[in-house]
Design a protein around this ligand. Sequence first.
Ligand code: ADP
Length: 485
Amino acid sequence: KLPTLKNPALFRQQAYIDGAFVDADSGETIAVDNPATGQVLGTVPRMGAAETERAIAAAQAALPDWRGRTAKERAAILRRWFSLILENQDDLAAIMTAEQGKPLPESRGEIAYAAAFIEWFAEEAKRVYGDVIPAHGPDKRIVVLKQPIGVCAAITPWNFPAAMITRKAGPALAAGCTMVLKPASQTPFSALALCALAQQAGIPPGVLSCLTGSAQAIGGAMTASPIVRKLSFTGSTEIGRELLAQCAKTIKKTSMELGGNAPFIVFDDADLDLAVKGAIASKYRNAGQTCVCANRILVQDGIYDAFAERLASAVQAMRVGDGFAAGTVIGPLIDAQAVVKVEEHIRDALDKGARLLTGGRRHALGGSFYEPTVLSGTTPAMKIFREETFGPVAPLFRFRTEEEAVALANDTEFGLASYFYGRDIGRVWRVAEALEYGIVGINEGIISTEVAPFGGVKESGLGREGSHYGIEDYLEIKYLCMGGI
Ligand code: ADP
């Protein structure tokens, strides 16, 4: 059940279109449950193409006024939204833990992280500078303007129900774009609560709308619309590929934050305590359900046994439970299907010769709770090396040389986050440069921050979110060539 909120108006069971909370045309709803208990928390409207087209029309109608305001005006409104999110941190965290399952302290952390994107981009809005270029003739002048792309659409996942929204809506609105959002059907209440606060902050009707319902119908209408000039998506590579194909028809700009298969390399000269701490933070945060979670832990021969032993005993001590229970560090997986994938990866690894150091079973709490697991002796022949597990399973791979580690790390179609631990300064540079990834954590397991560019290479995606680069994804470049001077 949802705990009593200080501000009950944050729990919305209607979608938000053109400044109003509304039901689906059909009156149909979908139920949202708490993954820790299986209990239904409430319902949201099951919307489709018609409502999406209305939200897009509202975004188009709102665009001239919003884009025409000064950056300072937009920044002031965004700043109010940021403050309201922080003022309501406890309620927003409670809604998140109830619908997503993550431990309450992690939810609180995510709300702060989510708010930080609004603050950051409110500041960046005022620093969208153009350029003056020395011209190619004495009677000419060249000026470069940066302008908002226009109406944007966003589709976001359930693993970070608030932050994946603000890091799209923050830069979009700051730049002067308007946005239509479709949050994941598992976690719509966090999105709708953010909309209630956006409304309260004075974000005008139509500038930000949020639709709940059928992903295919809403996504289809978003991608088919010639009015939508950009789509930003965070989710699986498989769905990203489909959406890219759909966007091809109208040549939309896209930002794609897709799957990962993060290597976490531990070299012989690593600080063992730091490496174990980093592996725990990177691997088990959100029960292993993040696209930057370490998916393959590669450990050098000389330190392998010591690392495996320390990691397994640290993992054994992790408390699994309801995200609202004090002391819980691992909540349930999002649903039964997620557990099936974890079981499949573990079974495949054990069949092919891996050894269980700890975990490896469904948790006694039942439902979608799973024991945090460490596997030793895993190899590239196993599924767990190729596919993102998205669960609390750490497979340990043994390697001998730096070259072997880099080759193993890069042997994947993905390229989002990577990590390595070692002290040799020459190797730190060599390996950092050789890893084919958008993000490299060096002696550090937590890399997410609003001030740095987050994004992947290869099949992990397109574009960057956060940092001063993040706003560029919502801007068009226009070049003015003035002659006859
Ligand atoms: P995840 O494993 O994180 O759920 P998905 O890629 O399946 O990853 O989903 C991410 C988001 O994409 C969710 O909001 C989901 O509803 C949406 N989605 C899934 N399938 C489609 C689709 N065919 N068209 C548009 N959006 C989709």
